[in-house]
Each structure stands twice: as structure tokens, then as C-alpha cells.
Write a protein that binds this ligand. Structure first.
Ligand SMILES: [Zn+2]
Length: 487
């Protein structure tokens, strides 16, 4: 295998990845703030890191995957007040919803999913260390701030220099009367009336957002760990501030490799809650199977922009259906006639190995999922050829490997018939009133089967042509006829 290469946001280049401890990898991903349903941007983060974890494990590495849950935050407090429910009731509801969405998208559960409110003492301890080392200061109203000027490396992740930022922002930044520098950020917020709070050496209050991840990541993975990831929008200031906090408190390096997932765009604009142009995973699952959404995400490289549209999802559905149709044709054949158990020829073994190597090499190159998928489509081409040539053992071995490699991407793990029917049903939902309902199509297929049985081949062909005119494509196999809609 070639080296595993990852693009490190901090050095802005691809680097060979070396775990700190041989064979073991600590991975921390910034998770969701649980006050609403997850949107497609969240889906992209979940799926991208799920592919990373699956690939690392397939390489024999032991991964500890931590994805935190932010369950205390201004937006959570506000939403709970609006709905007149407790904060824990609100966060409990959306943690459940998030887990359901992640499971539907085929994401493995993280090994640890720490919740911020369970780590208040550890956050306070870290804030205490920062005050002792003069990286932080408490002010009269009970807030505690991080002093960005105290950390010489501030800006090393984002490449921003404090002096440049100050010059650029002098007109805009609202200077807080308590802050020594306008870029100082809050570590501990003094309690406001009716807000949840915890006692602390600086008075009743609650943690700032950035300190959560520093405390939870070091608690779960140690002061210095391998990979820290998240959405691209977290690079600055969130991850920059995490470095300042963790390295300031421990005096040790914090993270070796920083990974950031690109934005999801809708009509050329970044999809975001604040712009109001976002789709929840649940919205999209109304129209498309979850595996189609997953395929849509991995069909682009994780760092590039991902353009969300109905037509892109339809393309994803069609591409994924092609993979499943190949698997179904092999499965149908295997059911019909027992497999030829002949030993594979050396030439065929070499073909299987070549496909697998190209697939793995693509993923080893900064998780290049589009190239890895191209290797799978090559496999389909060979399956079809083997089927046409009547080489069932060849087709079967290729199909088995296709499912195995698909598993590393978290796709192709359903029975083909189940996926294809789901895809057909979701197309039916989207068909306008002119479109044929599934039941009508099934009836036409049955009529055609009967016509063939009666040797009325012209009649059978007419039924096929009529369906085609209405956008329905029939596929005959040994086991009968399946149909799909032309997109
Ligand atoms: Zn975070």
C-alpha cells in the first residue's frame, strides 16, 4: 500500500500520515449543537469522517473516534425558552433525532460522544490553568476571557495575524468594555437570570463554546492526539481558539493533522442556517433514499464545494442504481443456477487485485472518493462483460469484491432488490400525475409476461415500447422483469 496522505489544513499541504502511537489513531470531530434537526452540511461532516474511520479500520488501524455534542449554548437556551420546555428535554429530543439521521445515512456511531454539560469540572480546571499561566483573566462581572496576545502562535492554523486582523477590523469590532484585546474570547460567561448555570471559582456561570472542545478532546484522547476535524466554517475562530486554549494550558502540542470538510452550496451560495437556505436531512430523505444522499456526498471530494440540487441527487440515485443493478443481476443468476466453483484464473485474480488496489490507492490519497467510485464502476463493466460471456464465477467474484469495497465507503450493503425498489418508489413519489403508478407498471409487466407465454411477441414488444414512451425502462433477467424510470 502507498503511504496514507492527508491534506493538513494547518500546513496547507498533503502530508504522509503517521500515527503518534503505532497502529492507534485518536480522532476528534466537532459535532452538532443540538437545538434543531441536522441539515445537509451536518450530513456531509458525518459521512466524510465516517468514510475516514472505515478506511482507517480497513487498513488495520485501531481508531478511537470521538464526536462531541454541544448541549449548552445561547441558541439552545433560547429555543428551550421559546418552546417552554427544559433544556435537557430539548437537547435529548434532538440528540435522538441526530442519531436516527446518522444511522439512516449508514454512519457508524462514534466510540465516544461526550456532552459538554458532563465536562464542566474539566473545563473549569483548564480555565484555572490558563489563568495561572496568564493566558486568561477574570473580569469584574464574572466573565473569564482568553488573552490572545499572550499566545505567540495565535493564528498559526488559519494563517491570520492578530495585528492584520486588528487593523482590518478596527471599524467593525465592538469592543467589550472588559476585553483587553477585541479578539479576546470568552471562556466562562457569568450567569444571566433564568439561564442554566454552574458554580465556579469566578462565580455562577456557564462555559464558552470553544473551551468545550479543548476540554473534551484532551479528556478523551490525551493532550496531544492525531486528527482533529470539523466543518470548514470552524477553522476560524473555533479551531484557532482550541489550539490557543489547549497548548496554552498544557504546554504541549495539541493536534498533528487538521481536516476540514468543504461547504455545501445551494444555487451557488453557501448553505447555512443564517442564510435560511438550508435543507434538513429529513427534508431530503422525504424524496431520496438515505443511501442516495450518502452517495451524493461521497461522489465529491470532501474538501471541494458540494452543490446541492434535486438533479444532483437524481444523478446520484441513477449512479448508485447502476451499481445495485449489477449486483442484482449476479444475485439473480446465482439463484437460478448454482455457481461454478471453478478456481479463478491467475488473470482474473490479477483483475480483482488491480481494481482493489486502485480503489485503496484513491482513498489513501487524501480520501479521494470520486476516484475510488470510478474503480467500482470499472468493476461493474467487468461484471457485465463476464455475465455476457457466461462466466458466472468471474461475475460472482467481482460482485463479492464490489460489496466488500462498497462497505469501506458505507454503500452497497443492502440486498439489491431492496435498494432498487426503494429507489423506484422514491421516483414514483416524484412523478407528476401523468406518470404511471408502480401498480400500473407491475400490471403492464404481467400482461407482457402473459403475451410472451402466449407467443404473442408483437404484443409483448408493444407493451415494452408503450412503457418506454412513458419513461419506464424494463430490464429482463432470468428471474423476471424489473423496471426503473428514466431520469
Ligand atoms: Zn469544537
Amino acid at each position: 500500500m502507498p503511504d496514507f496522505i492527508l491534506y493538513n489544513s494547518q500546513t496547507r499541504r498533503k502530508e504522509p500520515f503517521k500515527p503518534l502511537k503505532a497502529g492507534k489513531i485518536g480522532l476528534y470531530v466537532c459535532g452538532m449543537t443540538v437545538y434543531d434537526y441536522c441539515h445537509i452540511g451536518h450530513a456531509r461532516v458525518m459521512v466524510s469522517f465516517d468514510v475516514l474511520v472505515r478506511f482507517l479500520r480497513a487498513q488495520g488501524w485501531q481508531v478511537t473516534y470521538v464526536r462531541n455534542i454541544t448541549d449548552i449554548d445561547d441558541k439552545i437556551i433560547l429555543r428551550a425558552q421559546e418552546q417552554q420546555i427544559s433544556m435537557t428535554e430539548l437537547t435529548g429530543r434532538f440528540i435522538d433525532a441526530m442519531n436516527e439521521d446518522a444511522t439512516a445515512l449508514g454512519c457508524l456511531s462514534p466510540d465516544q460522544a461526550p456532552r459538554a454539560t458532563d465536562f464542566i469540572p474539566q473545563m473549569q480546571q483548564m480555565i484555572g490553568q490558563l489563568i495561572n499561566k496568564e493566558h486568561a483573566y477574570a473580569v469584574a462581572n464574572g466573565d473569564v476571557y482568553y488573552a490572545v496576545e499572550s499566545f505567540a502562535d495565535y493564528g498559526k492554523l488559519s494563517g491570520r495575524k492578530l495585528t492584520d486582523m486588528q487593523a482590518g477590523a478596527s471599524q467593525r469590532v465592538e469592543t467589550d468594555m472588559y476585553k483587553k484585546n477585541p479578539f479576546d474570547f470568552v471562556l466562562w460567561k457569568a450567569a444571566k437570570p433564568l439561564e442554566p448555570s454552574w458554580p465556579s471559582p469566578w462565580g455562577e456561570g456557564r462555559p464558552g463554546w470553544h473551551i468545550e472542545c479543548s476540554a473534551m478532546s484532551t479528556c478523551c484522547l490525551g493532550n496531544h492526539f492525531d486528527i482533529h476535524g470539523g466543518g470548514g466554517d470552524l477553522l476560524f475562530p473555533h479551531h484557532e481558539n482550541e489550539i490557543a486554549q489547549s497548548e496554552g494550558a498544557t504546554g504541549e502540542p495539541y493536534v498533528n493533522t487538521w481536516l476540514h470538510v468543504g461547504f455545501v452550496n445551494v444555487d451557488g451560495e453557501k448553505m447555512s442556517k443564517s442564510l435560511g437556505n438550508f435543507f434538513t436531512i429529513r427534508d431530503v430523505m422525504q424524496k431520496f433514499a438515505p443511501e442516495v444522499i450518502r452517495y451524493f456526498i461521497i461522489a465529491s471530494h470532501y474538501r471541494s464545494g458540494l452543490n446541492f440540487s434535486d438533479s444532483a441527487l437524481k444523478d446520484a440515485r441513477q449512479a448508485l442504481s447502476r451499481l445495485y443493478i449489477a449486483l442484482k443481476s449476479v444475485a439473480d443468476l446465482a439463484q437460478k443456477s448454482p455457481l461454478d466453483t471453478a478456481v479463478l484464473t491467475a488473470e482474473h485474480a490479477a483483475l480483482l487485485n488491480d481494481i482493489k488496489m486502485r480503489f485503496m490507492a484513491a482513498l489513501a490519497d487524501d480520501l479521494n472518493t470520486p476516484i475510488a467510485l470510478a474503480a467500482l464502476f470499472d468493476s461493474v463493466r467487468h461484471i457485465n462483460r463476464a455475465m455476457n460471456d457466461g462466466q458466472t464465477d468471474r461475475a460472482h467474484a467481482l460482485a463479492t469484491q464490489l460489496v466488500e469495497l462498497g462497505g469501506i465507503l458505507g454503500i452497497l450493503q443492502q440486498p439489491p432488490q431492496a435498494f432498487l425498489q426503494q429507489a423506484a418508489d422514491s421516483r414514483a413519489v416524484q412523478t407528476d400525475n401523468d406518470g404511471l403508478a408502480a401498480i400500473q407498471i407491475e400490471a403492464a409487466i404481467e400482461a407482457r409476461r402473459q403475451a410472451k407465454a402466449d407467443k404473442d411477441y408483437a404484443g409483448a414488444d408493444k407493451i415494452r415500447q408503450d412503457l418506454l414512451m412513458r419513461g419506464i425502462i424494463l430490464e429482463d433477467s432470468h428471474d423476471g422483469t424489473t423496471w426503473r424510470r428514466a431520469d
